[in-house]
Design a binder for this molecule. Structure first.
Ligand code: ADP
Ligand code: 5GP
Length: 232
């Protein structure tokens, strides 16, 4: 009990990562998960076709448009948006499970989704990822080789509107060196865990601490106030 009365006991929260396509969200999310057992990736549903290297259920739940519509209608999605011509959404159960298990839920979602998370999960931490430069963004997207020329052009056309939303986020990181980026995000997560407004029952914990201080300073029972002051 003496250790801060549970004030800093395990408190987790969702972590939203947004960035223009190709800035490195997926890579960062993977590295963060490798480093930390208490981080779980939020597997989204999408109508986008799977890339060669993607695995259904691990990278995304790849669904038909009709199924996506049914998920919306059934209230299964915490947030959803149309992004670069496809639909993407976060299953509500991802958050429920992470909360039950005391894990940080890492959401790689676009700026529209981030806005919805601000409303539905106000405890979430929002981190915007910038590329080191425009040239590097284009190079990374080309280097990934996952899109056709027209799809890549569309993503780059949308990049400027996306970065304009960065000011709405809590923190920004520039993904130059990958490990330094992940260090920065871990640093932000650690700092946020100490934010007083995130600590449930903070005032009560302080009351308990005061009770304990009193218990250790009040005279033994039976001793009068006079006796105790004589002892001083
Ligand atoms: P996003 O998920 O934001 O679209 P990805 O994680 O797929 O971006 O990264 C796009 C490409 O850039 C990938 O080929 C990835 O290996 C590369 N990449 C990501 N982070 C870095 C980095 N810090 N330095 C160099 N290349 C990177
Ligand atoms: P990609 O097709 O490159 O995997 O993702 C395209 C964009 O969709 C990225 O900005 C990614 O963050 C976003 N995205 C992925 N999953 C979700 C989701 O569940 N909801 C929202 N709103 N955006 C998502």
């Amino acid at each position: 009990m003496s250790r801060a009365h549970g004030v800093l006991s395990a408190r987790t929260f969702p972590v939203v990562l947004s960035a223009p396509s190709g800035a490195g969200k997926t890579t960062i999310a993977r590295r963060l998960r490798e480093r930390r057992g208490d981080v779980v990736f939020s597997v989204s549903a999408t109508t986008r076709p799977a890339r060669d290297y993607e695995v259904d259920g691990r990278d995304y739940h790849f669904v038909a448009p009709g199924d996506f519509r049914r998920m919306i209608d059934g209230g299964e999605l915490l947030e959803w948006a149309e992004v670069h011509g496809n639909y993407y959404g976060t299953p509500r159960r991802n958050l429920d499970q992470a909360v039950d298990r005391g894990q940080f839920l890492l959401l790689d979602i676009d700026v529209q989704g981030a806005r919805q998370i601000r409303m539905h999960a106000p405890e979430a931490l929002h981190v915007f990822v910038l590329p080191p430069s425009g040239a590097e963004l284009v190079e990374r997207l080309m280097g990934r080789g996952s899109e056709s020329d027209s799809t890549r052009a569309r993503r780059l056309r949308n990049a400027c509107a996306e970065v304009q939303e960065a000011a709405e986020f809590d923190y920004v990181v520039v993904n130059d060196d990958l490990d330094a980026t992940v260090d920065a995000i871990e640093g932000v997560m650690a700092a946020e865990a100490h934010r007083i407004r995130r600590i449930p029952g903070f005032a009560q914990a302080l009351d308990r601490l005061c009770d304990e201080i009193r218990d250790h300073t009040e005279p033994p029972s039976g001793a009068s106030a006079n006796e105790s002051s004589t002892q001083e």
